[in-house]
Structures are given as structure tokens and as C-alpha cells.
Design a protein around this ligand. Structure first.
Ligand code: SF4
Length: 176
């Protein structure tokens, strides 16, 4: 059976021309995921300065948020189960969760994206608090690195590299 027919059989054909045929290269998947991993570690380091135990809980939550993303968002995405996903989640998520249909992806994304907010905003808030109450130059550099990766680098990679060639980016709340 040919690859397109196999995808249709397994429910991964989204009926958007060419969309499911895109093969995202490995370097792009690494480029998409590495800054997120760095962000989680920088966030953990910031919170460590306030409370080491909480920082480890934060890191555990960051890992959990990825799994929740696979469960709550990816199954509704056109890329689910295909090689068209810029960060490679689609293939992994399809190993553990079933494809879902019947709801608009945009709405599902907007409703559930809140699960990753703590990964950005808990270190941000903690960093501001620590800079205010216990300033040090090392903490300032850590905080600036976190902001640069989280609020400049990651969105820029999505916009100009990872999601740039995605044919359904107009339908994605992250891009539109
Ligand atoms: S494009 Fe986003 S929502 Fe779609 S499968 Fe990939 S990570 Fe999940």
C-alpha cells in the first residue's frame, strides 16, 4: 500500500492538498525543540534561586506540559500522525493518543494552550520578584537570557523557520 493510502487508512489524511505530504527535516525539529529545552532549564535555574525544591517541581511540570500538549492539542491538529509537524510532536503523540475530530483545531488550541503558560510566566514572575528583592548581576543575566529565549528566539524560530512553510499556518492560532 502506498504511503498516502496508508495515511488515509489510519485517518491522517486531512484533505488539505500537500499538507500531509510535508516531511519536516530532523535539523528543523532539533531547532524547534532545543530552545524550548533551554527555556525550561533557564526557568528552573531562576526559580532555584528562590527555592530549589520548587524549581524541580517546575521542571517536572514543564515535562508534563509537553505530554499534556500531545494529549489535549495534537490529536485535533491536521498534522497529527504525519511528518508535517514542525516540532516532531505529531508522530510521538500519535503513538500514545487517538486522533480526535469534531471540533475546530483553532478553538481546541486556544482553550488548552494555557497548559504551557506556567513554563513562561512562573520564571518571569519569579525573576522579577528576585531582581526586586535580591538583585545580583548573575541573576540579571539569567533573567535576560530567559526573556530572550522565551519571548524573542522561540517565536522568531516559529515565525521565520519552523512554521514558515506550513500550509495550514493561517488556521493556527500560534501563527495567525
Ligand atoms: S503542529 Fe503543533 S499541534 Fe500540530 S501536531 Fe505538531 S505540535 Fe501538535
Amino acid at each position: 500500500m502506498t504511503e498516502p493510502l496508508l495515511r488515509k487508512k489510519h485517518g491522517a489524511d486531512c484533505n488539505i492538498p500537500n499538507e500531509c505530504d510535508r516531511v519536516v527535516p530532523a535539523w528543523l525539529i532539533v531547532l524547534d525543540n532545543a530552545p524550548t529545552a533551554v527555556l525550561f532549564l533557564l526557568g528552573t535555574a531562576i526559580i532555584w534561586n528562590a527555592n530549589p525544591l520548587l524549581s524541580l517541581l517546575f521542571l517536572a511540570y514543564c515535562c508534563l506540559s509537553i505530554i499534556l500538549f500531545w494529549k489535549l492539542i495534537c490529536p485535533w491538529c491536521h498534522h497529527f500522525g504525519t511528518t508535517g509537524c514542525p516540532c516532531g510532536y505529531a508522530k510521538i503523540a500519535a503513538r500514545f493518543f487517538e486522533r480526535k475530530t469534531g471540533k475546530e483545531f483553532k478553538r481546541v488550541f486556544k482553550r488548552n494552550i494555557v497548559i504551557v503558560f506556567p513554563c513562561w510566566f512562573v520564571p518571569l514572575g519569579t525573576g522579577i520578584y528576585l531582581l526586586w528583592t535580591d538583585y545580583s548581576r548573575a541573576l540579571l543575566y539569567l533573567f535576560l537570557a530567559f526573556c530572550l529565549v522565551g519571548f524573542v528566539l522561540i517565536p522568531a524560530i516559529s515565525k521565520f523557520v519552523g512554521c514558515r512553510s506550513c500550509e495550514i499556518k493561517e488556521q493556527c492560532p500560534w501563527m495567525s
